[in-house]
Design a binder for this molecule. Sequence first.
Ligand code: ADP
Length: 492
Amino acid sequence: MQAPSELIRDVYDLYIGGEWIPSTDDERFPTVDPATKEPLTKVAAAKAADIDRAVEAAREAFAIWRDTAPDERGRIVHRIGQLVRKHRDGLAALESLDQGKPLSQAESDMEGAARYFEYYAGAADKLEGTSVPVGPEQVDFTVREPYGISAQIIPWNFPGNLFARGVAPALVAGNTVVVKPAEETPLSSLRLAELCEEAGVPDGVVNVVTGFGDPAGKALSSHPDVDTITFTGSVSTGQTIMKQAADNVTPVTLELGGKNPAVVFPDADLEEAANWISKAIFTNAGQVCSAADRVLIHEDIHDDLVDRIVEQAVGYEIGSGSENPDMGPLASEKQFKKVIRYIDLGREEGATLATGGNALNRDGYFVEPTVFTDVENDMRIAQEEIFGPVLTIIPFTDEAEALELANDVEYGLVAGVFTSDVKRAHQFARQLEAGNVYVNKWFGDTNQTPFGGYKASGIGREKGLEALNSYLQTKNIAVNLAEGNSGDLPGT
Ligand code: ADP
């Protein structure tokens, strides 16, 4: 691994219009290594005036990028993917330091980031409209046009990967972007901006403004010249962004939280279920919107499966992300405190701690893999997104109860069922209220599959070809072939 000093600059400016410029008031703030609490570097703190500059640069560049031939746009975006692949190890090391995740998980994130650019690059010259047969007197067809400026507000759990997930489809569709990474994890976005430039992205097409939710994120999502907003993060911030966007009638794509049920039946392969569930709750220290954080276990296999999950949890090696342990620290002090508060709450609510429940006695934001049993569905730890390595286990007696419990939550991002009964698997897949359902596995999404939430978990879809709908608007063009005025009126 490269030494941190080779990966990280002493200070960072904003990346606007292809140039590195300080924020208008020259303020910077530190980004911290969550494994040590030591500052890694300082980045610029964008203010509303900086957001104005970035949006202006994106507007100017839009005129060029929109009219760049689609195949050329595709080639440039493909080159970004190749560069991400080439620099995967450096990007992963940077992410691991800034975010805290184990190096191997950061590498996987960056592989995924490269894939997003490669995958969408191929779509750039296939964004076709349709021809509508309305009779001999009119030629009618649709074209799919970019919105213009896409604001990308990125969270801190998968920063580099989610930069790619939003920026790649935005670019191939002909939009320009202003990216605001989370204040906790700005470094991978800044590095990715450099790679975009190296790939030949014209100045102003990709802009990165580092800063806080308020004022930077707020100024971006309420900006009258932003044409569409993509946000991934908490429900409450998503609601705030939607309200900020409403004044300008700016469309939003929101991927919000989850409290995702995994339902395990007695006919499941219990060893495999235990493996999937442990991976699904402890990967990235549980800071995953699609984590399996609410496991419903049939009473006949409850104790057996709990023992297997606990055995795995106890065996987790915890350490600094750069040492590539099984689990790293939480990404920030704020998240650490939140997770500890929820663990205390679980105790107060009367759940049983089967394992874990403590912070590690060392520097950094480390929390043990934690499993609560005897959880009731109306407890807050069963209903609220903790976003940490904390599993809540609820027993059930029959299918009907399992389904009712699984859906009895305000979220609907992902859900899963473990069973060897094919009929039951399909019936559950149909009835689970979630945008993504996994059968006998977890994290079954790829770059190619649509991903997003039912209920409070969001609006719109990321990933797959469906994500392009967030970046393209349809224009219908009607051309008169008839002589004179045919007398058509609206509504006919
Ligand atoms: P958390 O609350 O878990 O720290 P959020 O969902 O609030 O995470 O943050 C995700 C992203 O949203 C970050 O980039 C953050 O700066 C941004 N953000 C926070 N508040 C606002 C806001 N009012 N308007 C726009 N963006 C915001």
